[in-house]
Design a binder for this molecule. Structure first.
Ligand code: 5AD
Ligand code: SF4
Length: 484
């Protein structure tokens, strides 16, 4: 992305500005000086790696971190033996936390081999006070810890890590602030995530996200449009609008606006060919949105609509604010307006008190909806959430058996659904060279399914019409259609 402010024009000996983003550009200029000096001392450029543990929201945050690291002069790499390694963590389930602790031991060994190495941790897990306390006392080799609310201050924190001895810790409980126009280093040249809102107000009783990502805040539509226009000018053809609950976008803006209205504005941006979004809460999905999607040429035929449970009783305990019947009738309305839409979902197995009958209700919804794919999760008890204090936690073996049954059902339905498209011709956006076979390229249909076709790197980022020749369960082989 185009850099907004020229670092060479910044006087780093002056006092830092108080305004954002000018303040962060000042610290980027200062940091660049430190990186340059250390590189000269070592006789080589410094390298940095951002390791992402979380969702698409985290992945987008990582691109922002990379943007700053690149601007201050680090060479970006994927190797965790870099001079600066930052873990962007997730905490939605307990195993996400365990993964981070497991890998910190390895980072400690790397640091022993390279004493100049700096290690930083950020993201959702850092918003948990117990985690930070544990890291502070038992993982002294970490240089910098910050959370989700002050990520825009990364340059300033990096400077602090260069200037101070010992661990720098900066965690905020919440913020209303949204800082625009900081540098971003995208992973893909042709597609990009775009945050439209931050935080979540739903407080589903199992979920830690509202505690670690804070209250819902929508970005100003003008800023969103400006960012997408810039991305389009930079060659981006597909965008993914990101928010924990995009359907409640705009409610708290000074001039309220619905998500459907925002989509209509984005649709007008020239150069953008495909629009995706994530995630939709069923309780807030409006008729207006269904209509806008059905009439759109650019909004992809895919909706991720987390079910979580098919039992009305469990849904109530989960604080999801819809019933089984409401969910099913919503799906019916969506399918009526867009018969070819792919529906995907998230399901939790083993929520406290879930009975065999409750679980059967979930299986029933899965069969009735016929999802194109589903992410299935074993309930994970998250300290501080209401569900963690509920009695009747379901025994592990019962949960595991239900999970296996669900997975089998989901996979069978998904394969059956996928098979139905074989023989059709549809456009894919080519994303990359196939990782197993370099004579193939891989891309995605509007419905998000992956297709492999013969091709080469020149096709990356292009929309290509393909015939789906063979279905392999959840992906396809195809061949490009040659136009006269
Ligand atoms: N345990 C298991 N799965 C969870 N999710 C959120 N919190 C938990 C939890 N405590 C799942 C939900 C959500 C997805 C992102 O993660 O299904 O939609
Ligand atoms: Fe968590 Fe529910 Fe918010 Fe999704 S909508 S982030 S599941 S609280």
């Amino acid at each position: 992305m185009v850099q907004e402010i020229d670092l060479d024009k910044i006087d780093i000996n002056a006092e830092p500005p108080t305004e954002e983003p000018a303040r962060q550009y000042y610290f980027m200029a200062k940091c660049r000086q430190y990186v340059r000096e250390e590189g000269e001392r070592l006789g080589r450029p410094l390298s940095a790696a951002v390791v992402n543990f979380g969702c698409q929201m985290n992945a987008r945050d990582s691109e922002k971190l990379n943007g700053i690291l690149d601007t201050v002069g680090y060479e970006l790499t994927n190797s965790e033996e870099a001079d600066f390694v930052i873990y962007n963590t997730c905490t939605v389930r307990e195993n996400a936390n365990n993964k981070v602790y497991g890998r910190l031991g390895y980072l400690n060994t790397c640091k022993k081999n390279n004493p100049h190495m700096k290690i930083a941790l950020c993201g959702c897990m850092m918003q948990e006070p117990d985690v930070v306390e544990k890291l502070r006392t038992s993982y002294r080799f970490i240089d910098l810890i910050f959370g989700t609310h002050n990520i825009y201050k990364f340059a300033e924190l990096l400077v602090a890590a260069f200037e101070q001895q010992g661990m720098v810790i900066d965690i905020w409980e919440d913020t209303q602030k949204i800082v625009e126009d900081l540098p971003v280093e995208r992973k893909f040249s042709f597609k990009s995530g775009v945050n439209i809102m931050f935080g979540c107000n739903n407080f589903c009783s199992y979920c830690i996200v509202p505690y670690v990502r804070g209250r819902e805040r929508s970005r100003d539509p003008k800023d969103i449009i400006r960012e997408i226009e810039k991305l389009a000018a930079d060659g981006v053809v597909e965008i993914m609008l990101l928010g924990q609950n995009v359907n409640s976008y705009g409610k708290n803006l000074d001039k309220p606006m619905t998500f459907a209205e925002l989509l209509k504005e984005i649709e007008k941006i020239e150069g953008i060919e495909r629009i995706r979004f994530m995630t939709s809460h069923p309780k807030d999905l409006s008729h207006e949105l269904i209509e806008v999607m059905a009439n759109s040429k650019k909004i992809c035929r895919h909706l991720h609509l987390p079910l979580q449970s098919g039992s009305t009783q469990v849904l109530e305990k989960m604080n999801r604010r819809y019933t089984k019947e409401q969910y099913l009738s919503l799906v019916e309305n969506i399918r009526e307006a867009m018969p070819d839409i792919a529906l995907t979902t998230d399901i939790i197995v083993g929520f406290p008190g879930e009975t065999e009958e409750d679980f059967e209700e979930t299986m029933d919804v899965v069969r009735k909806v016929g999802y194109d794919s589903a992410f299935t999760f074993i309930y994970s008890r998250r300290t501080g959430t209401p569900a963690a204090a509920m009695d009747n936690q379901v025994p592990e073996d019962v949960v595991k058996a239900r999970f296996d049954r669900l997975l089998k059902e989901v996979q069978t339905t998904a394969a059956r659904k996928a098979e139905q498209l074989t023989g059709q011709t549809q456009p894919i956006l080519v994303e990359e060279i196939n990782r197993q076979d370099a004579s193939l390229v891989s891309g995605r249909l509007s419905n998000n399914s992956v297709v492999h076709i013969p091709g080469d790197a020149s096709m990356i980022g292009k929309l290509v019409d393909v015939t789906l020749t063979e279905c392999k369960g959840f992906y396809y082989y195809g061949k490009p259609v040659l136009h006269e």
